[in-house]
Design a binder for this molecule. Structure first.
Ligand code: PRX
Length: 649
């Protein structure tokens, strides 16, 4: 009877065959927490190692080293393993260009291309440990290039092709990359993105760069500097067909990926090879229940961590057939994605709530034009999914047949941390809940003092012990690593998210608890945006906040104090918006600009963004004195009044 009650409470359209958490999951969970080292070494044995590890975990808080002394190669796991089996002739990548072109790469073709690319890298003098920046559109070469780097032990840093030239310069400078791999351009909504030209704008600021490899994609004329710039096609002609994979230490960095934090410039998150690969290989099976015949499509761009873990390293390590698409979701028509699902027979679709909400707005008539019966499992990532969007996805895309795995994780966690795990047991779902931590993941919801809160109470999400996919460090900035993740709750990883555990033990992630902004699932830092605005000669001070947005989840709102000599104008608003787009990229386009005379601050001068957010969203500001005890309430109230007057004006 108790079992039945619990299941009914879950109110799920996808009730499993018993109460959840259920048998197999509970067994794995218990074992993983009682004997984490035994558990993770069992998982690690599913990969091929040149040498097995001497020590499973070296935990010297806050630094975790996994599989110390072990040697492996991530490219070997993703490619060579498969060409040694029947998967040699299996499809690795189905690529579709925006204009409808298609390329299908088998594992053996991928193997050949990766080897040749690795040989080209070597011909540029690239060695193990060198950093390489990738600024490429969603074309097969981006995956080939990542794997080629991994093959020779070079560390890739992929820069989202929607980012501006300045974002490229920042990342190249921070990593000291010797080589940039880019393309003449990419396609987006029928237009071209001039990637090589963008690089040209900032290359003078990138003194570490010795060579640039350029992939021909659009065929547009681009400047090529003799001796420095090389067409990939020329290099491939002379390349070797075989390059020995480098047997790197498990703790050797596989990549650096930049993500935004509360303060300062984006931080370079460093991921290991061994722990990262083990964690992703296991989690992928548990969450997506991948089968040989699965056709898997994760719609994320390769420039984000989802692209790294869930388009490249996890699926390819399983020898999965992966779909990738170059262009905009609604181009040339809003059923483009559903056309792709039908055409390739996609069985697993993994996307973001923002995308779902956008399609929801267009209406179900678009997916209804297509046969989506190949779909078996749906996934969601990047931001909380509201129940309305969940139900729409479940009904109109999944045909009320497919479970939805709502997966919580971060750039820093390397792989999925909290999610339903249909690959272990069927899961009764609750729309909007990320359900349960994966085996081996020890989460808790705590108050500001680090004390666990009761079920049903919102608190901070922390992870109580290291896991193999955990970031190794922030590149060039160990102090920031320590301060960001390990200072508030010593010994525990601070995720920076609010969460709640309900009475059934289900987890609900409720947005950022810090000042990181999430616009359309993309992570943006306040400092990056504010730096761009303050650089305008008319601006004295600026603060960025967000307000709720029906599709994007959140949208950016700027509050700007002008210099005394300047007057507010629409032209100035446009200039500021343009400046942010140029400095970061179109994803950071502000939705509103308010000119104000003062900003709400604490006595120590910290801007109270929660007040700004409330103001911009037209919500009650509430009792600010309890929010920030240092706050000067009068100042806040004054600012609030001036803001609302401006907003109304
Ligand atoms: O706030 C959480 C949100 O995205 C943040 C991590 O962003 P990023 O490093 O860009 O990685 C996104 C893709 C892994 C988290 O701190 N987030 C991610 N997934 C979810 C989520 N919020 C709620 N539900 C999710 N499923």
């Amino acid at each position: 009877m108790a079992h039945k009650d619990k299941q009914e409470k879950a109110g799920t359209p996808h009730a499993g065959s018993g109460i959840w958490p259920a048998g197999r999951y509970m067994d794995m969970r218990r074992r993983s927490l009682q004997d984490p080292e035994g558990f993770w070494s069992e998982q690690a044995r599913k990969l091929d190692w040149y040498k097995t590890w001497d020590q499973v975990l070296d935990w010297d808080p806050p630094y975790a080293k996994w599989f110390v002394g072990g040697r492996l190669n991530a490219c070997y796991q993703c490619v060579d393993r498969h060409v040694r089996s029947w998967r040699k002739s299996k499809v690795a990548l189905y690529w579709e260009g925006e204009s409808g072109e298609e390329r299908v790469l088998s594992y053996s073709t991928l193997f050949r291309e990766v080897n040749q690319f690795a040989s080209a890298l070597k011909s540029m003098g690239i060695e193990t440990g060198d950093r390489i920046a990738l600024y490429l559109p969603m074309i097969p070469e981006v995956i080939v290039a990542m794997l080629a780097c991994a093959r020779i032990g070079a560390v890739h840093t992929v820069i989202f092709s929607g980012f501006s030239a300045y974002a490229v310069a920042d990342r190249v400078q921070d990593t000291g990359a010797k080589l940039i791999i880019t393309a003449d351009g990419g396609y987006r909504r029928g237009k071209t993105i001039p990637l090589k030209k963008n690089i040209e704008e900032v290359i003078d600021q990138c003194s570490s760069v010795e060579n640039i490899i350029v992939v021909k994609r659009t065929g547009e004329q681009v400047p090529m500097k003799e001796g420095r710039d090389h067409w990939l096609s020329d290099l491939m002609k002379n390349a070797d067909m075989w390059v020995e994979p480098e047997a790197v230490e498990a703790t050797h960095p596989l990549y650096i990926l930049y993500t935004s934090g509360t303060t300062g410039k984006p931080k370079g998150i460093v991921h290991s090879t061994g722990g990262y690969m083990v964690f992703n290989h296991s989690g992928y099976q548990w969450v997506f229940n991948i089968q040989e015949q699965s056709i898997y499509w994760c719609t994320a761009d390769i420039g984000w961590v989802t692209g790294h873990s869930q388009v490249v390293y996890a699926p390819l390590s399983h020898g999965a057939a992966v779909v990738i698409y170059e262009g905009a979701p609604d181009y040339p028509e809003v059923d483009r994605w559903w056309d792709i699902v039908e055409k390739y027979g996609v069985s697993i679709l993994y996307t973001s709530p923002t995308a779902i909400r956008t399609f929801m707005r267009y209406g179900e008539k678009w997916p209804q034009k297509h046969d989506l019966s190949s779909l078996e499992l749906l996934g969601s990532v990047g931001e909380p999914i509201n129940p309305k969007a969940w139900h729409w996805y479940y009904t109109h895309i999944g045909g009320e047949r497919c479970p939805i795995v709502d997966t919580w994780w971060q750039t820093e966690t390397g792989g999925i941390m909290i999610s339903p795990t249909p690959g272990i047991d069927p899961v009764p779902l609750k729309p909007g809940s990320v359900c349960f931590p994966l085996p081996g993941i020890d989460t808790a919801v705590v108050d500001n003092e680090g004390k666990e809160v009761e079920a049903g109470t919102r608190g901070e999400l922390i992870i109580k012990r290291p896991w193999p996919g955990m970031l190794m460090n922030i590149y060039n900035d160990p102090d920031r690593y320590q301060a960001t993740y390990w200072s508030q709750f010593p010994g525990y990883y601070d995720a920076g998210d609010f969460a709640m555990r309900d009475e059934d033990g289900y987890m609900w992630v409720m947005g950022r608890s810090d000042e990181v902004l999430k616009v359309a699932g993309h992570r943006l830092g306040t400092a990056e945006v504010e730096d761009a605005v303050v650089a305008h000669p008319a601006v004295a001070e600026a603060a960025v906040s967000s307000k709720a947005h029906e599709e994007k989840g959140e949208s950016l709102v700027l509050f700007v104090i002008l210099k005394k000599s300047e007057a507010p104008s629409d032209t100035l608003k446009e200039e500021l918006v343009k400046r942010v787009r140029e400095a970061i990229g179109p994803i950071a386009t502000p939705e509103d600009v308010y000119f104000v005379n003062s900003l709400p601050k604490t006595r120590s001068g910290k801007i109270m963004r929660r007040v700004l957010k409330a103001v911009a969203s037209g919500e009650e500001v509430g009792d600010v004195s309890t929010l920030e005890n240092e706050a000067s309430v009068d100042e806040v109230k004054k600012a609030y009044e001036s803001l609302t007057q401006e907003a109304e004006a």
